[in-house]
Every structure is written in structure tokens, then in C-alpha cells.
Write a protein that binds this ligand. Structure first.
Ligand SMILES: NC(=O)c1ccc[n+]([C@@H]2O[C@H](COP(=O)([O-])OP(=O)(O)OC[C@H]3O[C@@H](n4cnc5c(N)ncnc54)[C@H](OP(=O)(O)O)[C@@H]3O)[C@@H](O)[C@H]2O)c1
Length: 362
């Protein structure tokens, strides 16, 4: 099976999905697919059906396929799909899907569970779309090798900047450009906390405020300690720079260690403090990104560091709920991309765009 799918009586190609993880992104994806049903049929000749959805606490198996709207109606506001939970491998096998949509949580450490889901899907002849950065950040070479061995494809646009095209930009819009490095604001939660601290709040007060407003998780350490940004940096560097690194290789500064005075000083100097991720390639280990021209053969280094940005810096205006990245390329010089106030629907859109890509290129 593959994203080629099967032809239906109406002449539409049917694409069957198995959803692993049924949280906010999966729900938003189902809503988007339901909303776009007509466009998918008329413009792309495609009908999307869901044959399985699974979490650790429930499942839904419908081998004949259900429309995304019907799946949403069945699951409704429940925390999990209504049938008993099934092991992911069993559900994948029983789903007979064309595409695994992997939307489980980012795991601590080496993303073994999500990587296993993806490898199982390839072995079963499925393509994969994921918004889960873990497998790309920790295991990209292994995942890419498994896809190649199985003759299958994987797309992951939403792993780095929600739905904002970064991988597609490099792959399709900037042909033959090499990514030499990048500078980015990859985490909106820390933007929000920094801006709240800039109004005189302590870190703890700013964090509590971010949590009460729904911007920060109950356990915010992934964002605050720089791991989320490091995972995104590793994912982009691994795919676009063949870096072969993991998030553990990226030097991280925690926002907890940034005194409020530093943020206030940046403001009074007319600057803006952000947790900036920098990835670069240098001739020798230990070279800083400021050290001079990059060496195409040098190792890839990365760091996440609280940085007071001059107001003219392209990343300085990246707001509380936004993400931005400057991509340093050889042929197109520096390209700046920014997502203004991205939310869950934009992440779902990135998954949708990846699905369309798989459908179109068959
Ligand atoms: N939210 C965003 O805007 C956004 C943006 C970019 C990327 N992402 C990424 O997209 C993925 C999904 O995000 P989300 O916001 O939808 O997360 P979420 O709301 O927390 O939902 C996660 C889902 O995964 C399930 N799950 C967790 N571990 C599982 C496992 N081992 N097997 C099967 N199901 C499992 C959870 O259910 P149980 O707990 O019942 O298992 C839940 O249904 C995450 O990797 C996230 O980092 C999200």
C-alpha cells in the first residue's frame, strides 16, 4: 500500500489514514480534512478516509474507512477514541492504511516509541506524515534509511515551525541552494515569558502567567530549558545540512538562568531579548558562528542562547506568539521566514500540506 490509494466509484483516489495520537493536532487535522473535503475531491481527485485512530488509552478501528467528520463525531469530546486501546503495531497492521499520520507526544530522550511507529509503518508499505519532531531530531538517519529501504516517503513540515513551510521551501522553492546555517526563534512560550518578565515580573510570575493563559505546559521545562528549540534545530540541521546531530549536541541556556535585569537592560538599550537558536558549520570544533566563513566540510554546531537582539535584527520583531528563522544559503543568501501567531490549526495545515504532497506526487 502507499499514498497511491485505491480508485473509488466516483473516480476519486481514496487515501486511507491511520492516526497515531488523537490530541489537539489530530482533531484539528480531522476538522480541516472535513472542511476541505470538496476541494480535495474537485481539485485533487482525492478522498481521504480514516481507517484507524489510536492512543495509549483508546482506539478506533474502521477498516472500511470513515470520513474525518464521522471520526470527529464518534470521538467527540472524549479524551480518547472509544474502543479499547490496542498496541500501535496491531492497529497499524489492522488499519491497512496508505499513510501513517504520527501525532503522538514528543518523548524524553531518543524518541524510541514514535520512531518505532514510523519504522513499522514503512515495513507495512505505508508512507508517513508526522508533526512529532522526536524521530527527526534524534533518529533522522535511521528513519531516512528505513524509508529508503522500504521505498516509502516521510514528510514532517510541522515539526519545526508549526505549518510554516521550511523543509518545502528549501526542497521546492530554493532548488540547488545549500543551507549553510540558520538563526531562529523557535519557541513561542519563551517569547511570551520573556515579554512578561519585561514588564517587571519575575520568572516564576511570568511562567505562572503563561500557564494561566494556556501558553505554557504544566511541565514547561522542555520549552524553558531550551530542549524544544534544540530538537527543532537538530531536526532542521539533520535533514537540510546532513548534520548527524541530536538535541543533546546543542548547547542550551535555560531561561531560568536569565535574570530579569538582563531583559530590562535589553529593553532600556532599545533591544529585545529572545532565546535564539544558532546553527552553523565551521572548520574546527569550538569555532563560534561569528568566527568567519563557513567550511562546507566542517562539523555542524548549534546553540540555544538568550540573546539581546538589536532592534534592526530581523528576529527582533518576532512577537510573543510568533516564530521566525533566518536561513543562510549559498545561492539565495539569507532568507527570513516568520510565522505570526501560529496556533494548532496551522500545525494541522502543515500536516495537510504534507498529505497533499504525498497524494500529488504519485
Ligand atoms: N500543538 C501544536 O500546535 C504542535 C505544533 C508543532 C508540533 N506539534 C507536535 O505534534 C504532536 C501532537 O501534538 P498535540 O498538540 O496534538 O499533542 P496532544 O494534544 O498532547 O496529543 C497527543 C496524543 O498522543 C497520544 N499518545 C501519546 N503517546 C502515545 C503513544 N505512545 N501511542 C499512541 N498515542 C500516544 C495521546 O493520548 P494518550 O495520552 O491517551 O496516549 C494524545 O492523544 C506532538 O509531537 C507535538 O510536539 C504540536
Amino acid at each position: 500500500m502507499s499514498a497511491a490509494g485505491q480508485s473509488s466509484a466516483a473516480g476519486l483516489r481514496t487515501i486511507r489514514l491511520c492516526l497515531l495520537g488523537f490530541g489537539s493536532v489530530a482533531r484539528a487535522l480531522c476538522a480541516l480534512l472535513a472542511q476541505q473535503e470538496r476541494v480535495l475531491a474537485d481539485r485533487h481527485g482525492v478522498r481521504v478516509l480514516i481507517t484507524a485512530a489510536g492512543t495509549r488509552h483508546g482506539s478506533l478501528l474502521a477498516p472500511a474507512g470513515m470520513t474525518p467528520a464521522a471520526v470527529l463525531a464518534v470521538i467527540g469530546e472524549r479524551p480518547a477514541p472509544p474502543q479499547a486501546a490496542r498496541p500501535a503495531d496491531d492497529l497499524l497492521l489492522a488499519s491497512r492504511a496508505d499513510v501513517l499520520v504520527e501525532l503522538t507526544v514528543m518523548e524524553e530522550g531518543f524518541a524510541p516509541v514514535a520512531t518505532g511507529h514510523i519504522e513499522t509503518a514503512f515495513a507495512l508499505g505505508m508512507d508517513v506524515v508526522t508533526a512529532n519532531k522526536g524521530p527527526i531530531a534524534w533518529n533522522w538517519r535511521r528513519v531516512a534509511a528505513a524509508a529508503a529501504a522500504a521505498g516509502r516517503r516521510i514528510r514532517f513540515e510541522s515539526t519545526v515551525m508549526d505549518g510554516l513551510p521550511v523543509f518545502s521551501l528549501l526542497e521546492f522553492a530554493l532548488p540547488d541552494c545549500r543551507l549553510l546555517g540558520f538563526e531562529a526563534v523557535f519557541n513561542a512560550t519563551t517569547n511570551y515569558i520573556v515579554d512578561a518578565m519585561g514588564t517587571g515580573r519575575s520568572f516564576d510570575e511570568a511562567l505562572a502567567h503563561a500557564q494561566s493563559e494556556g501558553y505554557a505546559e504544566a511541565d514547561p521545562s522542555h520549552d524553558v530549558d531550551g530542549w524544544d528549540a534544540a530538537c527543532k534545530a537538530a531536526a532542521l540541521a539533520n535533514v537540510a545540512m546532513d548534520a548527524g546531530i541530536t538535541p543533546a549536541d546543542i548547547e542550551k541556556e535555560s531561561l531560568r538562568d536569565v535574570p530579569v535585569e538582563r531583559i530590562l537592560q535589553a529593553r532600556s538599550d532599545g533591544k529585545r531579548l529572545r532565546l535564539v537558536t544558532t546553527v552553523w558549520r565551521r572548520a574546527s570544533v569550538g569555532d563560534a558562528p561569528e568566527a568567519g566563513p563557513a567550511s562546507p566540510a566542517g562539523p555542524v554546531r548549534g546553540r540555544v542562547r538568550a540573546t539581546a537582539l538589536d532592534i534592526e535584527h530581523p528576529l527582533a520583531p518576532v512577537g510573543s506568539e510568533s516564530l521566525g528563522a533566518i536561513l543562510h544559503t549559498d545561492l539565495m543568501a539569507d532568507v527570513f521566514v516568520c510565522e505570526i501567531a501560529g496556533l494548532v490549526p496551522q500545525t494541522a495545515y502543515g500536516v495537510y500540506a504534507d498529505l497533499l504532497h504525498l497524494c500529488r506526487n504519485r
